[in-house]
Design a protein around this ligand. Structure first.
Ligand code: PYC
Length: 339
């Protein structure tokens, strides 16, 4: 044992120079979210899209410190809590993971709302959240569940074929729901969590093939989420999915933006009516309950985006930790370890 005086001296000398980040961890139907509630950089004012760009350009180290080992993991989605532009809104947020930034994140928004409730900053009711891709309307219900009304989502292209070296041909739809998705209904894979390594391999190969073939979202946007569907294990659900997130991790939840993208494609295909409940089962068997609304369109609006829907997904998050992350300036791995 070190003499007590030595311990106290060590602590006094170094503690004040440590950078600190206060975080609240939660999981939403199995998928983790880490909300940074204090210690983040000052990104100035202006909308969340601009603040995301400043974070990316000027302080990408925040993302690494929060997500990389030894404090985090590739499975975690980070959420930087920001002042909203409109003081009537509950919060602004910027989502990120081990490889970059997300436009929107459904499970992360449920985690954020649950975190704000845990902190006593909001009560059951409606709360608007500003994201880099638009404002999402949320509702914290009395039972602790959260509904998220996502941004307008739409099918961009349908029945797009891609040849995937080593795996063969896949046909899928491309959709926008705050992130870009390639959605595949027809394939030969069982969507069981035990098969996750193979599911990550094939979906990663599909994503690479899309990029190599120049198959993108609108304006050349990278498609960074790949989603496979099958029959649900629980017959009371509508469908089961497996979602590859940007990077090499898969969504443990049914994926809020992935469920939004699926409902947008079904609406565009004439197989989901507004107001009808869609129960999306994820790889762990947990469920997001979804439905869509459709904004009134002008009679001659025939563009792809005229098929946009407003999806709502609902689920539940649970708080798992309230911590202070510490960064010793002498630590060579202050920004974490990316391997
Ligand atoms: O729930 O939208 C979502 C999401 C995106 C990536 C991980 N989760």
């Amino acid at each position: 044992m070190y003499p007590q005086s030595f311990t106290i001296m060590y602590m006094d000398n170094s503690r004040s120079s440590f950078r600190q980040l206060q975080v609240i961890d939660s999981h939403t139907e199995g998928e983790p979210t880490r909300v940074v509630i204090a210690g983040g950089p000052d990104l100035g004012s202006g909308d969340l899209e601009g603040r995301l760009e400043r974070l990316r350009e000027q302080d990408d180290s925040l993302r690494k410190r929060v997500i990389f080992e030894p404090r985090g993991s590739e499975v975690i989605v980070g959420a930087l809590l920001c002042e909203p532009v409109d003081p009537a809104h509950a919060a602004g947020v910027i989502f990120f993971n081990d490889v970059g930034y997300l436009g929107m994140c459904g499970h992360g928004t449920i985690g954020l709302v649950t975190t704000l409730a845990y902190l006593g900053r909001i009560s059951p009711g409606k709360h608007a959240i500003e994201t880099p891709v638009g404002i999402v309307q949320t509702e914290l219900h009395a039972d602790g569940s959260v509904s998220v009304q996502n941004i307008p989502s739409y099918r961009y292209r349908d029945a797009v074929a891609v040849d995937v070296p080593g795996y063969g041909n896949f046909v899928g739809d491309i959709a926008w729901s705050g992130n870009w998705f390639f959605l595949i209904g027809e394939h030969s894979y069982d969507l069981h969590v035990e098969d996750r390594a193979e599911l990550v391999r094939v979906t990663t190969a599909i994503r690479s093939a899309l990029t190599e073939c120049g198959i993108t979202g609108a304006d050349g946007a990278l498609i960074d989420h790949v989603e496979l569907f099958s029959k649900p294990v629980d017959p009371s659900n509508s469908s089961r999915n497996f979602v590859l997130c940007p990077g090499a991790s898969f969504d443990r939840s049914p994926c809020g933006t992935g469920t939004s993208a699926k409902m947008a494609c079904m609406y565009a295909g004439g197989i989901l009516e507004p107001g009808v409940t869609w129960r999306q089962e994820g790889i762990l068997g947990t469920v997001f309950v979804g439905s869509i609304e459709v904004e009134a369109k002008s009679a001659n609006a025939m563009s792809t985006q005229s098929q946009a829907v407003i999806p709502t997904i609902a689920g539940r998050a649970w708080i798992t930790a309230e911590s202070t992350l510490l960064f010793d300036p002498s630590d060579p791995f202050q920004e974490g370890i990316a391997i």
